[in-house]
Write a protein that binds this ligand. Structure first.
Ligand SMILES: [Zn+2]
Ligand SMILES: [Zn+2]
Length: 179
């Protein structure tokens, strides 16, 4: 890696933001060829240095909120899923044709139907009520308090396409692929 200031081979890093994160969430890499460049760059790097540490806190908060959200969906899981099939990027979830009368309101989340975390998350993120999202927004606001003046938006994106089929009938819902 090259020195952030002069481009020569790097030997030391900025210790302050070594624990921080780049914009993409990768570990921060502010490297210098030696102490001379590190000292000379201190002023110019100061605000970016602070941002990198803030970002670490933001990513941690995001992870916490996501974990809390997924747990809050998984514990009281209220969909009866008969099977989940994969079709390319799409997950096709099948519900029973007829729900048992007086059956349970909550169901065990069908972990065994998912072979990876990503698909499981897609299912848990699906059909989320706005109450749940509002709660997560409040949680995020609390988690990043002091870091930003205002949190204005929480963006949720489904990772995989999900389709729901009600066996035998003709309705289908499809979400576009979030990448
Ligand atoms: Zn240098
Ligand atoms: Zn730094």
């Amino acid at each position: 890696m090259a020195c952030s200031r002069c481009g020569r081979a790097s030997a030391v890093n900025c210790e302050k933001c070594a624990e921080g994160l780049e914009q993409n969430g990768e570990p921060s890499q502010i490297l210098y060829c030696g102490r001379q460049c590190l000292e000379a760059d201190k002023k110019a790097h100061a605000s970016d240095c602070g941002l990198r540490i803030d970002r670490l806190q933001l990513f941690r908060a995001g992870k916490l909120v996501q974990d809390a959200f997924l747990q809050s969906r998984e514990q009281p899981f209220d969909l009866c899923i008969e099977s989940v099939k994969k079709n390319g990027h799409r997950l096709i979830m099948k519900e029973p044709k007829v729900y048992k009368k007086n059956g349970p309101i909550y169901f065990e989340f069908p972990n065994e139907m998912f072979d990876n975390e990503r698909d499981k998350k897609a299912m848990l993120t699906w059909m989320t009520c706005s109450d749940g999202l509002a709660q997560m927004f409040n949680l995020l606001e609390a988690a990043v308090q002091g870091l930003f003046t205002k949190a204005s938006e929480v963006c949720l994106q489904l990772r995989a396409e999900l389709a729901r089929i009600d066996d035998g009938s003709n309705w289908r819902l499809r979400w576009s692929n979030g990448g």
